[in-house]
Design a protein around this ligand. Structure first.
Ligand code: ADP
Ligand code: MG
Length: 604
């Protein structure tokens, strides 16, 4: 390659500018991002965005902010010209969206730029135009106070870049996505959006949840969105979320904003997922916008040209708090939503409004097999009934297909209650029968509920295991054979097992023994070794995994016939549960409302 080797030389300023501009301005959506940020930084209350041909031909933003004085107009388009910071120390506490002083200069380098601006104290506006690197001095013009920026013919002077643009529809969609991000973060501002002359979106000033509901375009009404708050040292979190009955099949609606900027920080997205996990079956993802307000000193946005990345000083702390406030909310939500008293109150208030009960699978295709409309989990919560710590034998015992010893009386069982022989004295439900081999039909105060027998039994067992951790020595220890990987996991988790009440001893390489187990798990002898092996790799959530695995294996299965007494017993136990979801997060109860039946029978 020696023949093509050239001398090293410094690039001409206009070439350097075009290269630098490429980092900031990639496509029309980047122009829109920068213009929206500038208008917001200028204190605008109302922003009107117009694009033609996907923004490739023109982007125009009209704002009513504080404007740019005629003296500043020629300066604001120069590289590194900004009014937002003046020293390196200022970088430590930037409160504005912009601060690099690069956007207008970059746009001017790759497109035709026209800025018309009027400050409140001026009667006239002034217009500045830049084309092909030439700036015309500001000329008087007629305009309202505020600023209008027009960017025409993007990349007209950089054909190589222009080639990489997508078709106008795709560019227009990217512009809209950018607008949506800002509209989500700034609900108090008004946005209007025109595409090729026609109005496509109008967002009047609103609260955070109202704005998000508007952005969902009716798919998720504002009364289905909940605003929850929490704080910690130097930060505040507001989360707008929908209950677990609303979900998507991807993570697109888990959005995180820090100081009003959308960031791509997977740790926080994961935190939201983690918080929802006990309330949502796998494969579903929640709908939640997280707004974190941080003292500017705690974050550094100066890492990514488009400010999509951010460095945090207190990431772990924010993460922890985020999980906490979402969990707290979801627990209360599950209870209130399904507390029969609440159901009854709602019934009195609105006799026929079924909208609150419906489940929404947002834009993700419905797979609920006909139950989607009424997938209301009924947590029928009888305030009177305490959670009986020593719950009676599992309904499986009554089906007779499992070990007989399960029907023995258990020590500590409350003597006054009778189990297995019919509903307890205070029962208010009527068991109607089992359908499809897995659902139990229950009439409760004139309402029809469907209980998932496997899910319900899983949760009943899970709670039972958890409540009885005292160690019980096994007469005949359970042998476990472990391969190399399993053995590693068993060794690593040994101490954690001991804490759970399970004594695990290594006999020889590859041979382990369970010598003692938590009392409540005693009956599940044959299932224990499998559950131990499956839970062992998950050291962080060992007990949860173990109880979940064991409950899942021990619970009645789909297709198991249930004797009526066993069914009745399972129903009354399920009614007493504190958590009306199975350990995997699926709801136990589904209510089929009178309205729904009437509607389906076309009686309405
Ligand atoms: P930055 O936003 O990083 O400061 P820009 O190149 O985007 O850099 O803008 C340069 C300067 O122009 C801003 O600091 C601001 O003073 C001024 N400016 C740009 N747009 C507007 C606007 N819409 N209203 C008022 N001032 C603006
Ligand atoms: Mg800017």
């Amino acid at each position: 390659m020696a023949s093509t080797q050239r001398r090293v030389q410094v690039l001409a300023p206009e070439v350097a500018r075009k290269i630098a501009a490429g980092e900031v301005i990639e496509r029309p959506a980047s122009v829109v991002r920068e213009l929206l940020d500038n208008a917001i930084d200028a204190g605008a209350a109302s922003l009107e965005l117009q694009i033609t041909n996907g923004g490739i031909d023109s982007v125009r933003l009209v704002d009513d902010g504080w404007g740019i004085s005629p003296e500043d107009l020629p300066t604001c388009i120069l590289p590194h010209a900004t009014s937002k910071i003046s020293s390196a120390e200022d970088l430590e506490h930037v409160a504005s969206l912009g601060f690099r002083g690069e956007a207008l200069a970059s746009i001017a380098a790759v497109a035709r730029l026209e800025i018309t601006s009027r400050t409140p104290e001026n009667d006239t506006a002034y217009r500045l135009t830049v084309e092909a690197g030439k700036t015309k001095q500001p000329q008087p013009a007629a305009a309202q106070p505020g600023t209008t920026v027009v960017v025409n013919s993007l990349f007209y002077c950089v054909p190589a870049r222009k080639k990489f643009l997508k078709n106008p529809r795709a560019e227009s969609a990217a512009v809209r996505a950018t607008l949506t991000e800002r509209a989500t973060a700034f609900p108090e501002l008004q946005f209007r959006f025109f595409v090729d002359g026609s109005l496509r979106a109008f967002y009047p000033p609103a609260s955070a949840s109202e704005r998000i509901a508007t952005l969902f375009g009716g798919a998720l009404p504002a009364n289905q969105l909940h605003e929850i708050r929490g704080s910690g040292p130097g930060f505040e979190i507001t989360t707008v979320l929908a209950g677990p009955e609303h979900y998507r099949r991807d993570r697109k609606q888990i959005q995180v904003f820090v100081n009003r900027r959308r960031i791509a920080e997977f740790a926080f997205v994961q935190a939201v997922e983690h918080a929802f996990a006990p309330f949502m079956p796998g494969g579903r993802f929640p709908i939640a916008c997280v707004f974190i307000e941080c003292e500017p000193e705690l974050v550094d946005f100066n890492v990514h040209p488009a400010k999509k990345e951010v460095r945090f000083r207190t990431k772990a702390e924010i993460r922890r708090r985020l999980v906490e406030i979402i969990r707290e909310f979801l627990h209360a939500y599950d209870l209130s939503r399904h507390d029969l008293r609440a159901v009854r109150r709602a019934e009195l208030a609105t006799s026929a409004d079924d909208s609150e009960a419906s489940s929404t699978n947002l834009f993700a295709g419905d797979d609920e097999q006909g139950l989607s409309a009424g997938e209301r989990v009924a947590l029928i919560h009888r305030s009177r009934a305490p959670i009986v710590p020593d719950i009676p034998p599992s309904p499986a015992a009554a089906t007779g297909h499992r070990r007989a010893q399960a029907s023995e009386t258990h020590p500590g069982r409350p003597g006054s209650e009778t189990y297995g022989a019919g509903p307890p004295a205070d029962a208010e439900f009527r068991y109607l029968g089992q359908v499809y081999g897995v659902f139990l039909l229950v009439e409760y105060r004139g309402r029809l509920f469907v209980l998932d027998q496997h899910a319900a039994h899983e949760r009943v067992l899970y709670e039972r295991y958890r409540a009885h951790r005292h160690r019980q020595q096994l007469l005949v220890p359970i042998e476990i054979e472990a391969d190399e990987t399993q053995e590693r996991h068993l060794s690593a988790s040994q101490a954690a097992w001991a804490e759970l009440g399970l004594t695990l001893t290594q006999m020889a390489p590859g041979r382990w023994r369970i010598e003692a187990v938590p009392a409540a798990c005693r009956d599940e002898e044959q299932l224990l070794s499998e559950a131990v092996l499956e839970a062992a790799p998950h050291t962080e959530s060992l007990s949860d995994r173990f109880y979940t695995e064991l409950a899942c294996k021990a619970a009645v299965r789909d297709g198991d016939p249930l004797e009526p007494e066993a069914a009745v017993q399972l129903i009354s136990e399920a009614l007493r549960l504190p958590q009306q979801r199975c350990p995997h997060g699926r709801p136990l109860w589904i209510e089929i409302s009178r309205e729904e039946l009437y509607r389906r029978a076309q009686r309405l």
